[in-house]
Design a protein around this ligand. Structure first.
Ligand SMILES: CC(C)(COP(=O)(O)OP(=O)(O)OC[C@H]1O[C@@H](n2cnc3c(N)ncnc32)[C@H](O)[C@@H]1O)[C@@H](O)C(=O)NCCC(=O)NCCS
Ligand SMILES: Nc1ncnc2c1ncn2[C@@H]1O[C@H](COP(=O)(O)OP(=O)(O)OP(=O)(O)O)[C@@H](O)[C@H]1O
Length: 199
């Protein structure tokens, strides 16, 4: 089984690429963001520690964590983000490693792993190939404002906590340009997968 790490800045199109890949026969896909949401859900290993860190102001009536409230705090306060990362990242990594082992045992050919913080959390060490999904900053800002209703401040806050374009380019093996239509993006993906299969 080939493990392919998919990374890039916020709003570049990683989840869009993953959704396309999820339809592929023999492919398993995992999004670290979603695993992160699972581990902080009520009953998950990180729910209690997060409530302890941020207090009841981030708790909804049903006991779940209001992630938008947590985001407003952490993307404006590096110290708080670090404390949150320390709680969430080990639990996410443990779960992802277990899913990789399971998928290998189940005979999948490809495991596509989407992680914004791929290098910070050292997922590169377990990937056979690293793809960088790229879109211009202005395109990403526009997409995040129109599709997710993110404010300029929220986007600035997330941008300032992620690696820059030149870092991604120099650390990944393949760049998928996602400024244009999805057909162009998918063609680049097919080319890369085709190259594995003809080696
Ligand atoms: C701050 C939180 C609660 C916001 O949740 P929300 O549902 O609003 O957003 P979501 O999780 O989808 O993240 C949106 C985007 O923000 C960026 N982002 C998320 N966490 C981080 C981080 N720790 N550092 C830098 N960028 C981040 C990513 O590009 C991500 O795709 C959540 O992102 C979180 O718990 N982050 C810290 C843990 C983490 O790093 N999770 C990512 C997987 S390990
Ligand atoms: N080629 C494209 N053309 C038009 N819209 C696109 C394209 N690619 C992605 N989008 C849109 O841009 C927005 C951001 O894309 P997506 O959620 O895939 O980004 P992401 O990199 O996964 O972001 P995050 O880091 O937050 O997880 C989505 O609304 C998506 O539908």
């Amino acid at each position: 089984m080939k493990v392919i790490g998919i990374t890039g800045g916020v709003g570049a199109g990683k989840s869009t690429v993953l959704s396309y890949l999820s339809k592929r026969k023999g492919a398993q896909v995992v999004q670290a963001d979603l695993v992160g949401h699972e581990v902080m859900a009520p009953g998950g290993p990180c729910c209690g520690p997060i409530l302890k860190l941020f207090g009841e102001r981030v708790q909804r009536k049903d006991g779940s964590i209001d992630r938008a409230k947590v985001a407003a705090v952490v993307f404006a306060d590096k110290g708080k983000l670090e404390a949150l990362n320390k709680i969430v990242h080990p639990a996410v990594k443990k779960e992802i490693l277990s899913r990789i082992t399971q998928s290998r045992e189940q005979g999948y050919s490809y495991f596509f792993l989407e992680v914004a913080l791929l290098f910070e959390d050292h997922y590169d060490a377990i990937c056979d190939d690293l793809w960088y999904i790229y879109a211009d900053e202005s395109v990403r800002r526009q997409r995040l404002m129109s599709s997710r209703g993110y404010s300029k401040e929220k986007i600035d806050g997330i941008f300032s906590n992620q690696m820059a374009d030149d870092f991604f380019r120099s650390h990944c093996n393949y760049v998928v340009e996602n400024n244009g239509d999805l057909e162009f993006t998918c063609r680049q993906i097919e080319e890369r997968i085709h190259s594995y299969e003809t080696l």
